[in-house]
Design a protein around this ligand. Structure first.
Ligand SMILES: Nc1nc2c(ncn2[C@@H]2O[C@H](COP(=O)(O)OP(=O)(O)OP(=O)(O)O)[C@@H](O)[C@H]2O)c(=O)[nH]1
Ligand SMILES: [Mg+2]
Length: 444
């Protein structure tokens, strides 16, 4: 089975916790804080590898996690940054964020890479929190959680030339003739069940990649046969070679050409407008004059495209066909991303920015506070440390969470849920947010 679409759950590593260590030495029993920062959590990264041609390796395991960052240590020791978890994919793979439907990455050439889920920052150690008035802080941060998301990987093959035609037209035979590929060839329709790629050498030393996709039938654009699933692979080719079987006879040939042209047009406008060559195949089975007559008839059918006669079996006309296809090749196939081409690869949208917004919702006896920035702040706070909790509470007062809770009807003793943590509500006795010191780092 050719796997060209798969949904994975990816979780980047959490950042390592900062350390709350106090410096100790023989003659300096009450040294200052020396707890180092935690290391970065590992990213989950997709990397396009030209040796792969399907998403087969993701058939079984569907969950991928990167390791957590190491904890900070005494003597200002920085925790180890975790390594990225690298998922190799074939070039042409698109990565979509399932929840938002947003395109995250277009890994459109070998070596392209993109972060699918970013690892959490390491927490800061207590060395950062010493101040003239507070020389022995126990305060440290926990590491930030890594991003977790569902990602849909979708392969859309990228090739210079796509071979299209009805089943049995000789597409696989032509691929084998022009390239080193050895696809299955047989005298019945629907021999090819998954796309094949091959690389053809040009006389000038260049190469052209070709994709042989399963035969199209009427209604393919609507899902008939294997149509829909494979038409999309043609979208990212630059030129199409439309193969027609000459042994169908004049009427059969005309009908075949019309059917395939219709399917391409109905599938999408970018296929309809693609530079195309018509190739009448199997001319070795016809008398030369008959072949010439049919080629002339074919070119009258579609005057805007060039028509050639070939025999994929004997190779006659094949180098000329390839040369003409090369002449039509323009630039690279278009990326699905419009912005952010960073040279090596098409860059994706990063994880959505943190927002200071939050919402409060009453769920039974509990008040649920949701907000990405706030949830992160809670996640990095060491809730076992009273002064850290106090700071958290003050920040929540400052950004208005407490006021919003009071407005929503929360009273002392009620349960408050923020992210995965639950708290008991004790409104701060301080009268107004403006009376608070504003020395906190921003929560993002
Ligand atoms: N005589 C002759 N036979 C050919 C030629 N090209 C292909 N054939 C034969 O036609 C049959 C179909 O060829 P394939 O290459 O499998 O056709 P296809 O278009 O890939 O077919 P599907 O994969 O089913 O869509 C095979 O028996 C081939 O040997 C040709 O130029 N001359
Ligand atoms: Mg085939």
């Amino acid at each position: 089975m050719f796997l060209d679409e798969v949904e994975l759950s990816v979780s980047a590593g959490r950042g390592g916790a900062g350390s709350a260590s106090m410096h100790r030495e023989k003659f300096a029993p009450r040294g200052g804080p020396d707890g180092g920062d935690g290391g970065r959590g590992g990213d989950v990264v997709a990397l396009a590898d030209g040796n792969l041609s399907s998403l087969q390796s993701y058939q079984v395991a569907r969950t991928y996690r990167a390791a957590a960052g190491g904890p900070g240590g005494a003597s200002n020791r920085h925790g180890a940054d975790a390594e990225a978890r690298v998922l190799t994919v074939p070039p042409g793979t698109l990565a979509w964020d399932v929840a938002s439907g947003q395109l995250l990455a277009d890994l459109d050439r070998s070596g392209a890479s993109a972060i699918l889920a970013r690892g959490g920052k390491g927490g800061r150690g207590n060395v950062h929190f010493a101040s003239p008035t507070h020389q022995a802080p126990r305060r440290r941060e926990l590491g930030e959680p890594g991003v977790s998301r569902s990602v849909r990987l979708e392969l859309r093959l990228i090739a210079d030339v796509g071979l299209v035609g009805l089943p049995n037209a000789g597409k696989s035979t032509l691929l084998a003739r022009l390239t080193g590929a050895r696809p299955k060839i047989a005298a019945y329709p629907f021999t090819t069940l998954s796309p094949n790629l091959g690389v053809a050498d040009l006389p000038d030393g260049g190469v052209v990649t070709l994709a042989d996709v399963p035969g199209l039938i009427e209604g393919a654009h609507d899902g008939a046969g294997l149509g829909q699933a494979f038409l999309k692979h043609l979208a990212r080719t630059r030129v199409l070679i439309h193969l027609v079987d000459a042994t169908l006879g004049e009427e059969g040939m005309v009908e075949a050409q019309r059917q395939v042209a219709t399917e391409l047009r109905l599938h999408s406008s970018d296929l309809e407008g693609k530079p195309t060559l018509l190739a009448l195949n199997k001319l070795d089975l016809l008398a030369p004059e008959e072949g010439a007559r049919l080629v002339a008839r074919l070119s009258r059918l579609a005057p805007e495209v060039a028509a050639l006669g070939i025999s994929a079996a004997t190779g006659a006309g094949c180098p000329e066909l390839l040369a003409q296809a090369e002449g039509l090749l323009g630039k690279r196939p278009e990326s699905l991303l419009t912005a952010g081409d960073a040279g090596g690869f098409h860059l994706y949208q990063g994880p959505p920015g943190l927002s200071r917004e939050f919402s409060v919702e009453r769920v039974g006896e509990t008040f649920r506070v949701a907000g990405e920035s706030l949830e992160r702040l809670v996640a990095v706070t060491d809730l076992d440390d009273d002064s850290s909790v106090l700071r958290l509470q003050r920040q929540m007062v400052r950004i208005g969470v407490e006021a919003a809770l009071v407005r929503a009807g929360a009273e002392e003793g009620d349960e408050i849920q923020i992210g995965v943590e639950a708290f008991t509500f004790y409104p701060d006795p301080m009268p107004s947010p403006s009376a608070m010191g504003n020395d906190e780092p921003s929560p993002s």
